[in-house]
Design a protein around this ligand. Structure first.
Ligand code: SF4
Ligand code: SF4
Length: 137
């Protein structure tokens, strides 16, 4: 299992043959499960998220102010040659995922949080930013 490194996320629609932009990509988007999550609104939410981040296969990222949980893994329909075994019947979510709006073409997140400590540090920083903005008004 991959460790917490910068790697692909999200579900994809590719068999490496039918989408020109996918050529040469090891189906990064067929690895890792990504799900939208609500932004933590109170201490209880933060504690829940910290608990998730204790696992070395879990990360949280924020993109365009939207929060996501990422769980490292590999789709069971991805073959050893990184082809989709059920390409014709693949889920809608896989069909919607297209290059170049994907991990193969660069970072897709604004903030990546790997550990409970990084989450706390990020929230602290955001709190300080908000306070500084309020003081300026
Ligand atoms: S179903 Fe196919 S396209 Fe979708 S994530 Fe799995 S291998 Fe990729
Ligand atoms: S990550 Fe992008 S380039 Fe790679 S297979 Fe998925 S959609 Fe294609």
């Amino acid at each position: 299992m991959a460790r917490k490194s910068a790697k692909g996320a999200s579900r994809a629609a590719t068999d490496g043959r039918t989408k020109p932009g996918c050529a040469g990509c090891p189906a990064l988007c067929c690895h890792d499960l990504v799900m939208p999550i609500p932004k933590p609104k109170d201490r209880a939410d933060v504690e829940e998220l910290k608990w998730d981040l204790q696992y070395d296969t879990v990360r949280v990222f924020i993109t365009s102010h939207r929060w996501h949980r990422l769980i490292e893994g590999r789709c069971i329909y991805l073959t050893r040659r990184n082809l989709c075994r059920i390409y014709k019947d693949r889920p809608q979510r896989c069909r919607r995922h297209n290059p170049p709006d994907c991990e193969h073409y660069g970072e897709y997140w604004d903030v990546m949080l790997n550990t409970p400590e990084e989450l706390e540090a990020y929230l602290d920083k955001e709190k300080r930013r908000r306070l500084a903005r309020r003081r300026k008004r």
